[in-house]
Write a protein that binds this ligand. Structure first.
Ligand SMILES: Nc1ncnc2c1ncn2[C@@H]1O[C@H](COP(=O)(O)OP(=O)(O)OP(=O)(O)O)[C@@H](O)[C@H]1O
Ligand SMILES: [Mg+2]
Length: 228
């Protein structure tokens, strides 16, 4: 589904990870773990087309079993943007929301951009809100006023609303208390499983990686090793 070989990621002349090989199978969860500052977010952003690799041997996306591989490194920006909108969703470590919009508008965004009818959007948003275990009802405050954990759950709900083919999640439960994290995590992985969404999860939570991911890669210095 997503296959990279000989991928180097970093910033300008600084190589963070060198000669990475990773295969993300369709419909499964792949964990990326490793020390803080090791390059997990950098790798995830590169795999998710939000950054360009410094070098790549093979970097292919195969959307469906019968589709031909799409060479991601050579796509033009317009093609990248199209793929990002149509197939991918993200939960960012530093939750990136439209700060002056309320939670409803943020969660609705991927559906609005696809022309989904308003009643369907309203129902989807309500269901997602209920599954995110907020302790207060949804109100019209701009999300800039929400707590870190509330913002993080709006970000998770937005990614699920998008019904992506692939979700890239960077420490998606890192701001939540253990009990809420557990409830939200259960819902997140259940939805991904039910819809056979492919996932790449960056996490420090080794238990979550073990319980919810079929395979795991670990960063060691500048390289990536498959550990499960
Ligand atoms: N925009 C940037 N420009 C230059 N260097 C960066 C940039 N973003 C991150 N880095 C550097 O790249 C390295 C890897 O950062 P990255 O955010 O990928 O680590 P990480 O494994 O996700 O860490 P954490 O667990 O703390 O989130 C770090 O040394 C970081 O300082
Ligand atoms: Mg990170």
């Amino acid at each position: 589904m997503l296959i990279a070989e000989g991928l180097s990621v970093g910033y300008g002349k600084t190589v963070i990870l060198k000669d990475v090989s990773i295969a993300v199978p369709r419909g499964q969860m792949t964990a990326i773990v490793g020390v803080t500052g090791g390059g997990k977010s950098t790798l995830l952003q590169t795999l998710g087309l939000l950054a360009r690799p410094l070098a790549s041997g093979r970097f292919d996306y195969i959307a469906a079993p019968d589709s031909s591989p799409l060479p991601l490194a050579t796509l033009r920006q317009g093609q990248r943007n199209h793929l990002i909108r149509s197939d991918f969703a993200y939960v960012f470590q530093r939750v990136e929301l439209v700060n002056h919009w309320d939670a409803r508008s943020n969660i609705s965004l991927p559906l609005l951009s696809r022309g989904v009818p308003q009643p369907v959007i309203d129902e989807t948003v309500r269901e997602l809100w209920d599954c995110m275990h907020f302790i207060r009802p949804m109100d019209g405050r701009p999300v800039a006023q929400l707590s870190g954990g509330e913002r993080q759950r709006v970000g998770i709900a937005r990614a699920l609303a998008a019904q992506p083919t692939v979700v890239f999640a960077d420490e998606p439960f890192g701001s939540l208390d253990p009990h809420t994290a557990n409830d939200v995590m259960e819902h997140f992985f259940r939805v991904l499983g039910e819809r056979a969404i492919t996932g790449v999860l960056v996490t420090h939570d080794l238990e979550a990686a073990w319980n919810h991911c079929q395979q795991e890669y670990q960063i060691h210095e500048t390289s990536l090793e498959r550990t499960r």
